[in-house]
Design a protein around this ligand. Structure first.
Ligand code: NDP
Length: 636
């Protein structure tokens, strides 16, 4: 490995030019013309892939026809938090509709072996102080997360107001009654004054549209509907039925990284078909120290969440309370822990983001612009160097843990760390040292075809008994398609029509033409790695607005045209400079499978989540409901 002097005079044990070239080559060989169209939708012959393996079969109930104040769609953390915050605000007349047989959303569906949350539980699991629940480990597994969802459901009495195993089919705005008509697959007809859409950004599984996918005669399923009846075992592993089975898993994203070690431990033979390797850093899970948790003072969770999100936003903090791979990666990117003065790297990051709004940032930015040393620093290059350094460590980890040199080489990711979701795992890489496990590196091409007996790649047929699709979820497709129901607003306007040329919202939550609605999604809103934090902020905001409307006697609320277009402009202004980064990345759902049709309005709020939540809190603090048009009439 060559040692190169980069312009800042910093010596690195890698050659940046060679790495840049390698990253480009790895991206180029993965770009494909069909982009998102390479996947098949799980409808028609494929619809069984989304059947619910956990729900009680044969469930029936009477259809519900009634008026209700709020309908919440989705029983994941977003829906549960919305219900909790509504209840806290004294709004108890709500109905929550969930297609699964229980609460948990993504955690209800994703119970594959090894399923676990890689964001620290003390940050990720919301309302820990309110419920008194103590996570058993720093990173919770799926079972404990589901257990916690039941705790939340009981604490906020959600079950008595939930329609489970119920799928919304359509929602349509009725101007005469100023209500939403909600229809479900169980014949329910609800007239809701308000509606909260909390469908989850990754809820619709996708399958690779590969030749012969319907030809394979063995068993198949998607990781989000794990078939324990076939594999045996539980989400902790011990997949005893696989002892005499040859298994193929397609995909090596965050999900596969967690389930491969269990498949490797149980299957007679495991073939892991890789198109692009994930970056796998250290996990280091630990049991919760009872002394530590009991020593925490009131308000500890909010402080910890704020600390985590601040680091993830590049804001200065005095200490890193979480101290894990996520915070290390961001601290690394932003140039070390911030004290009272922002680091130069951080200042420039804010400049890149166009995030000049807070006074503290303005002060810092002025200093940055007048600091000649910084002008010579070449900041994007500095960030790139930090990224190279990090990824070199990740690649070295593959060498250290995987005994076969060529397999280790195949497992090394050659792209910038945040081109794909970073993964953290302490057993994944070692799985490839087992004799029963084979990595099939497709060098970016992916699996070629399925046959009656197995999987075809490079002219070789791998005969297997079972194929598991760890191929992820739809992201870039139409909102209604992913939600699974149609949404018709004023004068029959659909969300598909509304957003066909790009997203337009006010604060990410309201969309003109869709009165009395709240959309919980990351686009044009504050996006956090600990997504539950953003969902809670959305819930607090929605509950505040609904409460205010009731107090003011407003039965209709809609974002004004100006507020919406101003917000879109703000989002565009702050997001402008991410296009080049996205284009430089290997394809995946982060960059629309490499087809970067860059629409800056289709991004998160670029000032970072903490700035966004601060903005929302200030907006509520003013108490004026600025940007919303209210129509008053009697509440019946
Ligand atoms: P991803 O979309 O991240 O991964 C899909 C995988 O399938 C990729 O490796 C992809 O390769 C591969 N693939 C697709 N088509 C083919 C093909 N034709 N041949 C071979 N491979 C193919 O889905 P995941 O379910 O892994 O993760 C989705 C998200 O869920 C994560 O990004 C994360 O946000 C969340 N998650 C969170 C966890 C947590 O701890 N909090 C744990 C697990 C998931 P390629 O990369 O080349 O496209």
């Amino acid at each position: 490995m060559s040692s190169t002097v980069v312009p800042q005079g910093v010596r690195h044990n890698f050659d940046p030019d060679a790495l840049r070239e390698k990253y480009r080559a790895e991206r180029d060989k993965r770009i494909r013309a069909d982009g998102n169209d390479q996947y098949v939708e799980v409808t028609g012959d494929f619809s069984h892939y989304v059947d619910d393996p956990h729900a009680t079969p044969g469930f029936t109930r009477e259809a519900l026809v009634q008026k209700v104040e709020v309908v919440i769609i989705g029983g994941g953390f977003g829906g549960m938090l919305a219900a909790a915050r509504l209840r806290e605000a004294g709004i108890t007349n709500f109905i929550l509709i969930e297609k699964g047989g229980g609460f948990g959303g993504t955690w209800y569906w994703n119970r594959y072996p090894g399923a676990s949350c890689d964001i620290e539980a003390y940050v990720y699991l919301p309302l820990l102080e309110e419920t008194g629940f103590v996570p058993r480990q720093k990173y919770t597994n799926a079972e404990e997360t589901l257990e916690y969802c039941e705790v939340l459901a009981q604490r906020y009495r959600l079950r008595e107001q939930a329609l489970l195993q119920t799928q919304v089919k359509s929602v349509s705005w009725q101007e005469s009654s100023r209500r939403w008509q909600v229809k479900t697959d169980r014949g329910d007809q609800l007239q809701a004054r308000f509606i909260i859409h909390s469908n989850g950004p990754l809820n619709r599984p996708k399958l690779p549209g590969i030749k012969g996918i319907d030809q394979f005669k063995g068993h198949t399923f998607h990781t989000s509907r794990w078939d324990y009846a076939y594999t045996g075992g539980t989400s902790f592993g011990e997949l005893t039925n696989l002892e005499d089975k040859r298994v193929a898993i397609i995909g090596t994203g965050a999900t596969a990284v967690q389930c491969v070690p269990h498949l490797a431990a149980s299957a007679k033979a495991l073939y892991v078909f890789q198109r692009t390797p994930s970056s796998i850093d250290v996990r280091n899970n630990q049991p919760t120290d009872p002394d530590w948790i009991s020593a925490q003072r009131a308000g500890w969770q909010k402080r910890r969440q704020t600390n985590f999100e601040s680091i993830m936003s590049g804001l200065p903090v005095k200490e890193d309370l979480v101290g894990d791979g996520w915070t290390e990666a961001f601290r690394n990117l932003f140039g070390g822990l911030g004290d009272s003065m922002p680091s130069k790297a951080r200042l420039a990051w804010w400049a890149i983001q166009g995030a000049f709004s807070s006074k503290r940032r303005e002060r810092g930015l002025k200093q940055y612009l007048t600091d000649k040393a910084v002008q010579h620093m070449g900041l994007p290059q500095k960030m790139e160097m930090a990224d190279f350094e990090k990824m070199e460590k990740v690649r070295a980890r593959a060498d250290a843990l995987v005994s076969d040199k060529s397999t280790a080489e195949s497992l090394k990711p050659y792209y910038r760390q945040f081109c794909k979701r970073p993964c953290f795992h302490d057993e994944y890489l070692q799985s490839f040292n087992r004799d029963n496990v084979t990595l099939i590196d497709t060098h970016g091409r992916g699996v070629e075809a399925f046959t009656e007996k197995g999987v075809l790649f490079d002219g070789e047929e791998y005969e297997v008994d079972c194929i598991i699709f760890a191929t992820g979820f739809e992201v870039g497709t139409d909102y209604s398609r992913r939600a699974g129901y149609s949404i018709e607003g004023v004068n029959g306007l659909t969300v598909t029509e509304k957003w066909q040329d790009g997203m337009a919202t006010f604060h990410g939550l309201h969309a003109r033409g869709f009165p009395n609605s709240f959309f919980f999604g990351p686009i044009q809103s504050g996006f956090t790695a600990a997504f539950t934090y953003a969902l809670d902020e959305n819930s607090i905001h929605a509950a505040y607005i609904i409460d205010q409307l009731r107090q003011r006697g407003a039965t209709r609320v809609e974002a004004s045209a100006k507020a919406e277009s101003d917000w879109v402009k703000t989002v565009i202004q702050k997001a402008r400079l991410t296009e080049d980064f996205q284009k430089s990345c290997t394809p995946g759902y982060y960059n629309n499978e490499g087809h970067v049709q860059f629409q800056p309005q289709n991004t998160f709020y670029g000032g970072g989540p903490m700035e966004f939540f601060e903005l929302m809190a200030k907006w509520r603090g003013k108490g004026k409901l600025d940007g919303l048009e209210l129509q008053l009439s009697t509440y019946e």
